[in-house]
Design a protein around this ligand. Structure first.
Ligand code: NAG
Ligand code: NAG
Length: 173
């Protein structure tokens, strides 16, 4: 193995270590399109997007938009698109909201008429026990949480040790 390859390997290991240490995840609402009025023939894009993700306590959602706003409201207000008493309001164009408890969060656009056109979303945050079934319990499928491998800390450490000792043996002997 050449030195370059070795360095690359070590670099890869350390960058993946960093990766594993990140326990929360940031989602951009609506993906690349961001937070906009949905097309008239496709008003359910946000809740469809939300249903494809598994939100956990501590994750954040980022809303990106232009000349718009985002509000957190109650379920009733969400249904009626009533934005007169939001519990959270932002119109900075780039809003990061931390999902700090499990259960549903209701967001709507604060711009008149936008919520009615479908610019609203329910984000359901899973309870911790839903996400980590006890050992031996019914195995729930891991779903599609992005970029997180099902490796526990100790397994990871063991694996790393193995790789590092392999690397060391190639370097020093
Ligand atoms: C909505 O209309 C656009 C074109 O106006 C089309 O490309 C798109 O596939 C349509 N979406 C749905 C869900 O019908
Ligand atoms: C909107 O909600 C507020 C309370 O949050 C209520 O006082 C008001 O009557 C509601 N308006 C409509 C049109 O439902």
């Amino acid at each position: 193995m050449t030195t370059t390859k070795l360095l690359l390997l070590i670099f890869t290991i350390f960058s993946s270590l960093h990766y594993f240490s990140v326990s929360s995840f940031e989602y951009q609402v609506g993906g690349n399109k961001g937070w906009v009025v949905p097309p008239a023939n496709d008003t359910r894009i946000y809740n469809y997007w939300a249903s494809e993700n598994r939100f956990q306590v501590g994750d954040t959602v980022r809303f990106r938009y232009k000349k718009d706003s985002v509000m957190e409201v109650t379920e009733e207000e969400y249904k009626k698109c009533n934005s007169s008493h939001p519990s959270f309001f932002s119109n900075t164009g780039n809003t990061v909201y931390k999902l700090d408890h499990s259960g549903p969060f209701y967001f709507v656009s604060g711009v008149s008429g936008h919520c009615e056109k479908g610019q609203k979303i329910i984000i359901k945050v899973m309870a911790p026990e839903e996400d980590y079934p006890l050992h031996g319990g019914g195995k729930k499928s891991a779903g599609s949480r992005p970029a997180v491998l099902p490796l526990g800390g100790s397994e990871l450490a063991a694996c790393l040790q193995l790789v590092l000792s392999y690397v060391a043996s190639r370097v020093f002997y």
